[in-house]
Design a protein around this ligand. Structure first.
Ligand code: NDP
Length: 243
């Protein structure tokens, strides 16, 4: 199926920021979107807005740290629309701190959401796409998946991992497109998960120059719109002023 019209697209982390903007833009271009996140009240509002604008949207509670819930949202897409053309593994958290702060629980949360959540999304969607003979897996990494900065060692490690997993998957599967989106600083709620005061202060300065979530969403739309035989392997998108 070329283009975006009628494609069935699952978006994880669709309750705010990049995921929300992606859902809106893809639906506005004719995709049938299936939205997942933990804050279902937000998904309900978003799905309502999309439907009012003439789009097609379903939503379901999703915690990406639970493998069965990724299986459930893929099953919802299949039962409602009969197929899964794209999964955007976007859900992520970024509770930054230097390693000597020993915020081990936050390290584990980043590994669980940012790495295992992506792997569970792949595990749930890949068999469906292979049975269809086509599909696209879009994983949201970061410029932090290219370069490590202080206080972001674990976060960057998770994003290096997302790029490594995507690179391996791309080489292993035929007929399935694999795309990495690596944003720089983007307006969203991501920094709200930082509990360490020093890291929070550092990010307030670092995050003063940003692009909109819509700018990132447009790159996701662009990657999906490519012809079926074109794999847009990675897009790095960041503020002009920090390029
Ligand atoms: P937001 O905090 O605005 O959005 C994060 C989304 O992830 C929310 O919808 C949240 O939904 C969801 N989420 C978090 N934990 C879980 C979970 N356990 N299960 C399901 N969903 C979860 O941040 P962004 O939009 O910025 O983040 C989107 C992606 O972009 C992330 O992967 C992030 O690392 C990446 N990124 C962002 C950059 C930025 O500067 N903003 C730069 C580079 C990459 P809920 O809480 O309702 O579950």
């Amino acid at each position: 199926m070329p283009g975006i019209k009628d494609k069935v697209v699952i978006v994880t982390g669709a309750s705010s920021g990049i995921g929300e903007a992606t859902a809106r833009i893809l639906a506005a271009h004719g995709a049938r979107v299936v939205l997942g996140a933990r804050r279902t009240e937000r998904l309900e509002v978003l799905a309502g807005l999309i439907r009012t604008a003439g789009g097609i949207a379903e939503y379901q509670a999703l915690d990406v740290t639970k493998r069965s819930q990724l299986e459930d949202i893929v099953a919802l897409a299949k039962s409602r629309f009969g197929r899964v053309d794209v999964i955007v593994n976007n859900a992520g958290v970024m509770p930054l701190s230097t390693l000597d702060r020993l915020k081990v629980d936050e390290w584990e949360r980043m590994v669980d959401v940012n790495i295992k959540g992506v792997l569970y999304g792949i595990a749930a969607a890949l068999p469906v796409m292979q049975a269809q003979g086509s599909g696209q897996i879009i994983n949201v990494a970061s410029v932090g998946g290219h370069r490590v900065v202080p206080s972001a060692a674990v976060y960057c490690a998770t994003k290096f991992a997302v790029r490594a997993i995507s690179d391996g998957l791309r080489q292993e599967v035929d007929n399935i497109r694999v795309t990495v989106i690596s944003p720089g600083v983007t307006e969203s709620e991501l920094a709200d998960s930082i509990t360490d005061p020093a890291a929070k202060l550092g990010m307030e300065t670092y995050r003063k120059i940003f692009i909109t979530a819509e700018a990132v969403a447009r790159t996701i739309l662009f990657a999906i719109e490519q012809p079926a035989d074109v794999d847009l392997s990675e897009i790095v998108v960041r503020p002009t002023a920090s390029a």
